[in-house]
Design a protein around this ligand. Structure first.
Ligand code: 5GP
Ligand code: MN
Length: 326
């Protein structure tokens, strides 16, 4: 941690980036660290290639997150909440040219990319690690930073319900509340309202659920047509997979999401993102790794180019092999 802080002190232009299709932890960590480094008078760019999901647009300074980078000669890049560098998206080749890359993450499958790493797989969220880093730098937590840290932890622990919920989650959130964070207000934004479009997408998503023969695996499917019909975007998908996971006896839930890449025919190979969830009893990070992806033991994912029917049959074929962790 100290070599990272030293590197901050020696740098002036710093790129702070997180993964495409961001969640609350990605954006919360990005803003908390970005604002803290700015307090050290550094020139900061906050980067995420995808749109910010509507439920996180209340976060302080969120409008400063840019979708394009280039030009500036950065002294260093800090990559947050990414198990591997390619998770930042199209900017990966630009980022690779930055002289110092710092990898701050909590994914079990982290590839340890970059020149300096701060990886703690026992952290409930990247926001927990960012909190510790800001503490170690001796910087104060003002309300915008505290709001971002709190939101990151709230989102990644599923409101203190998921198996990654640890003592630090409660301790840090209590401390952030003492600084002025309003839990009710944050929950109102993150869980309070859905657009009508998103409700319509939820309807199609629920209708798409299929179960494996042994009932242990569920698949929810979202096609391009469903997004078009409901006027929704990939960022509206956040959280829908939990419905597939909640079904009685289901150990593993998969959500197959077709990417908007312009190809029309459903029989031609297309790009899909597959999200996997378990209740902690099955290691889905290990399953995602088989397909070139990664994540946590209870939440993981991968991208794949194939046909929908092929992906479904490959996922269903896993159902008989589902093994509970001992
Ligand atoms: P989601 O299903 O929400 O996209 O992702 C669940 C978890 O798996 C997240 O922690 C995310 O970072 C990780 N994940 C999702 N897709 C990929 C992927 O393609 N590669 C890797 N390494 N991790 C992924
Ligand atoms: Mn995270």
């Amino acid at each position: 941690m100290n070599s990272i802080i030293q590197q901050f002190n020696n740098s002036n232009k710093i790129l702070v980036a997180t993964h495409a299709h961001p969640d609350g932890d990605a954006i919360g960590s990005l803003i908390a660290l970005g604002l803290s480094l700015e307090a050290l008078n550094k020139k900061i760019t906050l980067y995420c290639e995808s749109p910010i999901p509507a439920v996180y647009r209340f976060l302080p300074e969120v409008h400063r997150v840019v979708k394009k980078i280039g030009g500036l000669n950065y002294d260093m890049a800090v990559i947050l909440d990414c198990g591997d560098l390619s998770r930042v998206g199209e900017a990966v080749s630009f980022v690779k040219q930055i002289p110092v890359i710092v990898n701050i993450d909590h994914h079990i499958t982290n590839t340890r990319f970059g020149h300096l790493q701060l990886i703690d797989t026992s952290a409930c969220a990247t926001a927990e690690i960012v909190y510790r880093l800001i503490k170690q730098m001796g910087l104060p937590f003002n309300k915008p930073v505290a709001t971002s840290i709190y939101t990151g932890i709230l989102a990644d622990t599923g409101s203190f319900r998921f198996s990654n919920t640890n003592k630090a989650a409660f301790a840090i959130c209590q401390e952030m509340m003492e600084i002025g964070v309003d839990p009710h207000n944050i929950a109102r934004h993150v869980y309070g309202t859905y657009s009508l479009s998103r409700i319509k997408l939820l309807n199609l998503a629920l209708d798409s659920i299929e179960l494996s023969k042994n009932g242990k695996l569920s698949i929810m499917t979202l096609t391009k047509e469903m997004f078009d019909e409901t006027h929704t975007q990939p960022e509206d998908v956040d959280g829908l997979i939990n419905y597939a996971k909640r079904i009685e006896d289901v150990e593993v839930a998969a959500l197959i999401q077709e990417h908007h890449n312009g190809k029309e025919k459903s029989r031609t190979p297309n790009r899909f993102h597959v999200s996997l969830r378990s209740d902690g009893a099955v290691d889905v990070a290990a399953i995602a790794s088989l397909f070139g992806g990664g994540g946590h033991s209870s939440a993981a994912g991968f991208s794949i180019e194939s046909t929908l029917s092929n992906i479904k049959s490959r996922i269903f074929s896993l159902a008989d092999k589902i093994q509970l962790k001992t």
